[in-house]
Design a protein around this ligand. Structure first.
Ligand SMILES: [Cu+2]
Ligand SMILES: [Zn+2]
Length: 179
């Protein structure tokens, strides 16, 4: 009788870590006096919770996105377009047709900009992980893909691509941190 090479399935399953909490942080800096920290936490395959604390923003709504690249060699410009692994149009976080990186607007007051949100399209591991990508806070309100798309180019009206959110005021790389 030969020895069993592997433990039975019931024993192997115990070795799998199924619902580990994952945590990431993004330290945003820029040239416009805007800065802050955004943290991301995810339990298992659940939604990712996002908490932000930004300073230096004008009061009002500001577009907030995950951009494709964690490359800040040319400031926030080199972070590329919105993270869009499914090849969709720009939209609101609640839209079916949206970029994964479309997190909508955050609201600043004279006291600052503290926000919390939750999203199911920005996991911290797997194929569509946002680790190593960038988060970007913008000058203007994101029109959520419902605005003017009549001009192409980086200075044009490009609601379906950018939400016409204007300049990239601050950004940072999304990096793993101890959970
Ligand atoms: Cu953006
Ligand atoms: Zn977008």
């Amino acid at each position: 009788m030969t020895a069993r090479a592997f433990a039975p399935a019931s024993a192997r399953r115990a070795l799998v870590v199924e619902t580990a909490d994952k945590k990431a942080v993004c330290v945003l800096t820029g040239t416009a006096g805007v800065e802050g920290v955004v943290t991301f936490t995810q339990s298992g395959d659940g939604p990712t919770k996002v908490s932000g604390d930004l300073k230096g923003l004008a009061a009002g709504k500001h577009g907030f996105h995950i951009h494709e690249f964690g490359d800040t060699t040319n400031g926030c410009m080199s972070t590329g377009p919105h993270f869009n692994p499914a090849g969709k149009d720009h939209g609101a976080p609640t839209d079916e047709n949206r970029h994964a990186g479309d997190l909508g607007n955050v609201v600043a007051t004279a006291d600052g900009c503290v926000f919390e949100l939750e999203d199911v399209q920005i996991p911290l591991d797997g194929t569509n992980s946002i680790i190593g990508r960038a988060c970007v806070i913008h000058e203007l309100e994101d029109d959520l893909g419902k605005g003017d798309s009549s001009e192409t180019g980086t200075q044009g009206k490009t609601s379906k691509t950018t939400g016409n959110a204007g300049a990239r005021l601050a950004c940072g790389v999304i990096a793993l941190t101890p959970a």
